[in-house]
Design a protein around this ligand. Structure first.
Ligand SMILES: [Fe+2]
Length: 287
């Protein structure tokens, strides 16, 4: 009865031209512009995985978690309501906007996160058309990628996502003033990571979204494109200690990162929970 994968993420955006350029030129993703000006971003067989709302500010708007089916969704909703959380059913209009069969939403207090739980994400009959020659994104049962948030209550947030939302611990990390707990809900090493208030962050601050390429060359070419186009980086190319992802991080106009990764290892039944005192094996120098 737990979350199965990261279905989608929605954002407020200030400058549509900037985000269109970033997601097409660097990430090769496909844009689907709605009549109301909202931009859906596609990167696989799903109708879309990101939605960008031009509201004049840059912020994460909501996260959509995929449930196995409507029964699992309703069971989790009952559990959340039993905790006293105000969970409301999404209108047919919102389901049509998100391209999902069924949706419930609530404010998750530990990460101060507008959370949407969905069953049945719409798969498109038309192929994903990348804007440059990429092999595409590793999604499917692994979901869109991973998201990372900061909170003053790491223990409370981890307990909620483990005991209520159905995530498992992948590993722990601490370096400098940072503490992080990595959680999985499918074989992807982590779909969610929860960090303390390091680096001047506040509760609810969004650290980054990670998307994973099917081919290392996709991120190699993207790295050159990003550098040539002078998109600022948070971290240079490198390999992470825990999930073994090769990646680099773009510092977006929203202040948060988008990590373009490749080669993440998978969590299996014999997974051992480790502790790391550094986030990288090599590279990932702060830009
Ligand atoms: Fe990451």
């Amino acid at each position: 009865m737990g979350v199965q994968s990261l279905a989608y993420v929605t954002f407020d955006i200030a400058d549509p031209a900037y985000w269109q350029d970033l997601y097409t030129r660097v990430f090769g993703m496909q844009l689907l512009e709605r009549e109301d000006g909202v931009i859906d971003v596609r990167c696989d067989e799903m109708h879309h995985r990101l939605s960008l709302y031009p509201t004049g500010k840059d912020a994460l708007r909501s996260v959509g978690w995929q449930m196995k089916d409507a029964d699992d969704l309703l069971a989790l909703v009952e559990r959340l309501r039993g905790m006293g959380l105000d969970v409301t059913e999404g209108s047919p209009e919102l389901c049509a906007e998100r391209k999902v069969y069924k949706l419930f939403r609530f404010h998750e207090p530990f990460l101060s996160l507008e959370t949407e739980l969905v069953a049945g994400q719409q798969s498109e009959k038309f192929a994903f058309v990348p804007t440059r020659g990429i092999a595409g994104y590793k999604t499917g049962p692994l979901g869109l990628g991973h998201v990372v948030f900061h909170t003053h209550d790491v223990d409370g947030a981890v307990a909620f996502y483990r005991e209520v939302m159905g995530f498992g611990i992948s590993d722990y990390m601490a370096f400098a003033d940072a503490q992080a707990v990595f959680l999985h809900c499918n074989p992807r090493h982590h779909t969610l990571a929860i960090m303390n208030l390091c680096m001047g962050r506040q509760t609810g601050d969004f650290n980054h979204l990670m998307v994973e390429a099917k081919d290392y060359d996709d991120i190699g070419y993207a790295y050159d494109i990003a550098r040539d186009a002078q998109f600022p980086l948070i971290m240079d190319l490198g390999k992470h200690s825990n999930d073994h992802v090769h990646s680099f991080y773009i510092r977006t106009a929203g202040g948060y990162g988008v990590e373009y990764g490749y080669g993440g290892r998978l969590v299996g039944p014999d997974w051992q929970v480790n502790y790391y005192d550094q986030p990288m094996l090599y590279g990932h120098r702060w830009a």
